[in-house]
Design a protein around this ligand. Structure first.
Ligand code: CO
Length: 423
């Protein structure tokens, strides 16, 4: 789809943009650069209308169209020391709305994907409890359950950006976040069943993967809103996301959402595991490190236009993006076209849920000038997503975790988009 360069941009509106584009298509002037086939276009009868398609049952578990093969999780070679202890990124630039499809949720494994036979699955609950318990998967499914939409963000999301713009595309800079609807049991219900002893303050959650990944979870959070979840977007969790059971810790860093959950031990102090001492602590400028920084602060990212998508056309366009906050609901999202000098409120479409992603849109008429696109999230506590410079004043440039700084994209006159920094 192309738009004439001599358009009167002052009069351009959504209505005139779409009307003009349709006129060009009928005149046969579009699609020069695409591998399209006029025989399949109106007024001809296309090939897919002239023969029978696959019958029911051929696609017993549905897959996306064969024309959507580029919509996949991707890895970054230089970040992947070994594939068993690495990350793949959500293709945020190819998605819309707030729900991430199960097959596209980013992966972060420490010792590969455990493949657990649900018949042999057990969840141990022990330590400072009146009655140590062992739950089968069927036991967990008999408890009263809830359905909750939450974002999950790795603490290291955008971690490479502490030292400046390095990776070109929101899939790589911000793709360690996803948002799905979980079905599961409130952790409080399991703790009540076991009876927590007085003096208990922490829970150690442990996974059944080859790393036996474990973290210390404050009891107050556990009984507040944590879930022991077994479904994502209605179906059982994918193996990559902890099948058959994972911990859900709303608004907190992904590392503590233990996958393949096998053990919960109640105690009176944290365990100081590997993942909360040598990793997942936040280096400060003075060389000391903060421990137990759980909450993911408000953050947003423009997902389209994107360095990974086709260059932007002049005329009417919609900037689209995601925003989220680990402290509550997103109250507002602002968009800047000039690198943060001027801000305007974006529209939010769809549900605004506690500790879940929201989808924002910002409509604008692009005349082809260079722009510096930014977005910033403001949550319902009044917290405003900070600039990267403001974060670096406190944290230096050697951090990895909790980088929620404002992202800048340069929109070039040709329509290409590049990840840049503004000073
Ligand atoms: Co942290």
């Amino acid at each position: 789809m192309t738009v004439p360069g001599d358009r009167d941009q002052k009069k351009a509106s959504r209505r005139s943009f779409l009307a003009g584009a349709a006129g060009i298509a009928v005149a046969g002037a579009s699609g020069k650069a695409r591998a399209d086939n006029p025989k399949n276009q109106p007024p001809n009868v296309p090939e897919w209308t002239r023969s029978l398609g696959d019958g029911v049952g051929v696609r017993a578990y549905g897959q996306p169209s064969k024309y959507e093969k580029k919509v996949i999780r991707r890895t970054v070679e230089w970040l992947t020391a070994t594939p068993e202890s690495s990350v793949s990124f959500t293709p945020l630039h190819e998605l819309d709305g707030i729900i991430t499809p199960n097959g596209l949720c980013f992966e972060r494994h420490h010792s590969g994907i455990a493949e657990i036979d649900p018949a042999d699955y057990r969840l141990m609950l022990h330590g400072m409890v009146d009655r140590p318990l062992s739950f089968t998967l069927d036991d967990l499914k008999r408890f009263p359950r809830v359905n909750k939409v939450y974002f999950l963000e790795c603490a290291a999301n955008s971690g490479m950006e502490w030292r400046g713009a390095q990776l070109n595309g929101c899939q790589y800079t911000h793709g360690m976040v996803h948002c799905v609807q979980y079905t599961g049991v409130p952790l409080k219900a399991l703790l009540d069943e076991a009876g927590v002893k007085s003096g208990a303050q922490w829970i150690m959650a442990e996974g059944a993967d080859a790393a036996a990944m474990n973290r210390s979870l404050p009891l107050a959070k556990a009984v507040d809103d944590c879930l022991v979840a077994y479904r994502s977007n209605g179906e059982m969790l994918r193996p990559e996301q902890g099948y058959p059971v994972r911990l859900v810790v709303p608004g907190w860093e992904g590392n503590i959402w233990i996958k393949w959950l096998r053990r919960l031990k109640v105690g009176d102090q944290p365990w100081h595991t590997r993942e909360e001492t040598s990793k997942y602590t936040d280096l400060l400028e003075n060389g000391k490190a903060r421990q137990f920084t759980f909450v993911m602060d408000a953050k947003s990212i423009i997902t389209a236009p994107s360095p990974q998508l086709a260059p932007l056309n002049k005329g009417f366009n919609v900037i689209s993006g995601l925003a989220w906050s680990g402290r509550g609901k997103v109250a507002r999202v602002d968009v800047s076209l000039d690198g943060g000098r001027n801000w305007r409120a974006a529209g939010i479409d769809g549900p605004i849920l506690d500790k879940a992603c929201v989808r924002f849109y910002y409509e604008f008429d692009w005349k082809g000038e260079a722009l510096l696109l930014q977005s910033r999230a403001i949550d319902d506590t009044g917290y405003v997503q900070p600039t990267k410079q403001a974060l670096r004043k406190i944290r230096g440039v050697n951090s990895i975790y909790h980088n929620n700084g404002i992202q800048t994209y340069e929109l070039k006159p040709g329509g290409e988009v590049e990840n840049v920094e503004v000073g």
